[in-house]
Design a protein around this ligand. Sequence first.
Ligand SMILES: Nc1nc2c(c(=O)[nH]1)N[C@H]1C(S)=C(S)[C@@H](COP(=O)(O)O)O[C@H]1N2
Ligand SMILES: [Mo]
Length: 340
Amino acid sequence: MHFHKKPSWDKLKDSDVTPESVFNDRRRILKQMGFLGAGALLSSNANAGIFDLFGDKKETQQFIRSDLPYTQNIEYDSVLNGGLTPESKITSHNNFYEFGTSKQDPAENSQGFDVDPWQLVIEGEVEHPLRLNLDDLTHLIALEERTYRLRCVEAWSMVVPWVGFPLASLLKKAGVKSNATHVAFETLFDPEQMPGQKSRLMGGGIHYPYVEGLTINEAMNDLSFLALGLYGKTLPPQNGAPIRLVVPWKYGFKSIKSIVRIRVMDRQPPTSWNQLASNEYGFYANVNPNVDHPRWSQATERRIGEGGLFSARRINTQMFNGYGEQVANLYQGLDLKRHF
Ligand SMILES: Nc1nc2c(c(=O)[nH]1)N[C@H]1C(S)=C(S)[C@@H](COP(=O)(O)O)O[C@H]1N2
Ligand SMILES: [Mo]
């Protein structure tokens, strides 16, 4: 991996990477065999046993190897996902303006990003403020894998197998007070490590640190996820190491990376893209094919990593990115054209 100082929980070599074809194949076969039902939760050990059926010891070990001990949550492995986006695409086509604004910049410019030591604080309207280091983050709450679709506001999308835990589990540990209405998130501010924070041009005009926010009900929804890894390994810097938010029914910019602060609040916090251009990026930013961006349509999206440069697959964008069953109730009575 790419940390300056390797944290003790980062033991994988690049050669250990599990090819996504194996990943996809195992799942398909397990589904056919009836092992993967809706809501089923398989432990890594259970997986190991099942995979032994395939007899290919080496591949089996590759599949279950992980520097993050996690279980696979099949509930989110929906057919709507399509195949997983190749790991090489997920880690080379990024938005992380702290490291530059082009899609290749984050992978190139974040390789020396040092996340050890790290501190994440949970504070504000909570009973027990928390200060967590890397070790706490990996051990406080049982890790699970969830495959989510990620839809960027720029009309491209991916399918990513994240490893992490529900945001609600962490907020419950801190004890949310009854007057809480919102949750604010903040990315690390460290211009020495993040060149985009030094130069207004390189950083895309964003006022740093990058900040985001959710309503308390959005934050407590089971889909809201804090990821520490993808494809079974600790997050690479360009994807938001060591911990980032994943809110799969909202445009990607809500899924804030490299978080150092989570503040429970009694009012709506400011958010970076909304501050930059409030007519283009709202606070809610729910994926919505019926509300176009002022400069482009949101009706369809390009699936990264499918087809070649000139034949990339375009698919219809779904309301709430296909997660309406889980989240539509959060917005009852809200005019989504006005509150975009
Ligand atoms: N701190 C920070 N978080 C960020 C961004 C950013 O520039 N800075 N970009 C956002 C955008 S626009 C998207 S689409 C996703 C991209 O996540 P990925 O690179 O892991 O695909 O990260 C989001 N989180
Ligand atoms: Mo995005």
